[in-house]
Design a protein around this ligand. Structure first.
Ligand code: 4LM
Length: 413
């Protein structure tokens, strides 16, 4: 048997960071809910505050069960260290607030999760940080713009909701020439499918609410990177600025979710490929965006940096916005909900929901189509997922099926 640090992903997802003797033999690590930790003496407390011993101090700085989680997450992302937070937004905001100051520039990709966009646009910008949005799918756009003022380059890949990829290695070769960090949101892929740090990024963030938890019963996030960066984010962005601390109960749920991540992701990918093929072949669908499709424009990049093509699909119907909403409303098993990565297949209309933080003009400028539909393919039997999509197509389009004989016949929105 290999040692823990050399073990395969599945083994680390189940064992890393915890030995049963730490928990008096309990298979499941104990939940620590204590808010504070007692010292033997004032001197011992003083040393703890100076980082001169490894005593726990107060739960805003960590707890024994959080430490297990963080060790496991750092191994899965092949990072020196990780910091768990109360939400994905907690990880993103604690990290950015720790790394930039007024006058600095953040360059972000055009297409971002709605609340990340809102945080940059309405949060950091109003504190004097310059925010520039570029199409980072073309690394030349970064080369042409980056300067000494740029301290952070930020992107999701694939992007939420429109599935654009960015080349992590190519961007890191550019940021490495500056005093600038590359930060990647790896929520859509999880560390099972993609490791941004291995590809050259400096920091990776996640909404652990999604695939990592996997059961729609917690909100959490994490950031991983070098020990120095994580120490700084913990002691400043988390402790003093956001206070976005993960609860002991959510630590436990997340550790449970991680144990099955690899098995669930394999099935998410398998189901999503079949659903994407179905959508691609349907005459009711104008465009299907999924990295596993033959006609996906960035298929080569997907094969280079992702180990599989994931469970998220975006598509546009040969229909206007009203008919697209009607299609979603006619689904019977598939649930109309935000969030993603759960066992249940979830569908939503980004322009109305997750990305309603963008104005109509901003949606277009940021390459987010107002008629785009986002599908998080779940773990139900794939034939039932496809049957539900099919019956919703029939109920919306059957009366006018003859109007949609060919792919590519778009009715303008
Ligand atoms: C959603 N997303 O898309 P918390 N990064 C990415 C995300 O998709 C999200 C977050 C960060 C959705 C939530 C309603 C790529 C969230 C933020 O929700 O704060 O854990 O993660 O449906």
């Amino acid at each position: 048997m290999k040692t823990k640090s050399e073990a395969h992903f599945a083994t680390q997802a189940i064992h890393a960071g915890y030995k049963v003797k730490q928990g008096q033999g309990s298979l499941t690590p104990p939940i620590h809910i204590s808010s504070t930790y007692a010292f033997d003496t004032v001197e011992q407390g003083a040393d703890a505050f100076q980082g001169e011993n490894d005593r726990f101090i107060y739960a805003r700085l960590g707890s024994p069960s959080q430490q297990i989680l963080e060790q496991r997450l750092s191994l899965l992302e092949q990072a020196e260290a990780a910091l768990a937070t109360a939400s994905g937004m907690g990880a993103i905001s604690a990290t950015m607030w720790s790394l930039v100051k007024p006058g600095d520039e953040i360059i972000a990709d055009l297409s971002l999760y709605g609340c990340t966009f809102s945080y940059l646009e309405h949060g950091l910008k109003s504190f004097g940080v310059k925010i520039t949005y570029l199409n980072l799918s073309n690394p030349k756009n970064l080369t042409d713009h980056i300067s000494e003022q740029t301290k952070l380059v930020y992107s999701e890949t694939p992007s939420n909701p429109n599935m654009r990829l960015i080349d992590i290695k190519a961007l890191s070769e550019i940021t490495n020439q500056y005093d600038c960090k590359l930060m990647i949101d790896n929520t859509y892929c999880t560390p099972y499918l993609q490791n941004p740090l291995v590809l050259g990024a400096d920091l990776v963030v996640h909404s652990a609410t999604k695939y990592l938890g996997g059961h729609g019963d917690l909100i959490a996030g994490f950031v991983a990177g070098s020990q120095d960066d994580i120490d700084h984010i913990r002691m400043f962005g988390l402790k003093d600025m956001t206070g976005a601390v993960i609860s002991g109960f959510d630590v436990s749920l997340l550790l449970r979710g991680l144990k099955t991540l690899h098995v669930r992701m394999d099935r998410h990918c398998e189901n999503a490929k079949k659903v994407a093929d179905f959508l691609h072949q349907s005459s009711y669908v104008k465009n299907t965006f999924y990295p596993g499709l033959e006609n996906f424009p960035q298929r080569t990049l997907a094969a280079k940096q992702m180990r599989n093509t994931g469970g998220m699909i975006a598509f546009e119907l040969n229909a206007n916005r009203e008919q697209s909403a009607q299609f979603v409303n006619n689904l019977k098993m598939i649930l109309c909900a935000v969030s993603l990565g759960d066992a249940e297949t979830l569908i939503q209309h980004p322009a109305s929901m997750t990305h309603s933080t963008y104005t109509e003009e901003e949606l277009l400028a940021h390459l987010i189509s107002p008629t785009l539909i986002r599908l998080s393919v779940g773990l139900e039997h794939v034939e039932d997922i496809i049957a539900d999509l099919n019956q919703a197509f029939q109920s919306v389009f059957s009366a006018s099926a003859d109007d949609f004989p060919d792919k590519g016949l778009a009715i303008s929105a």
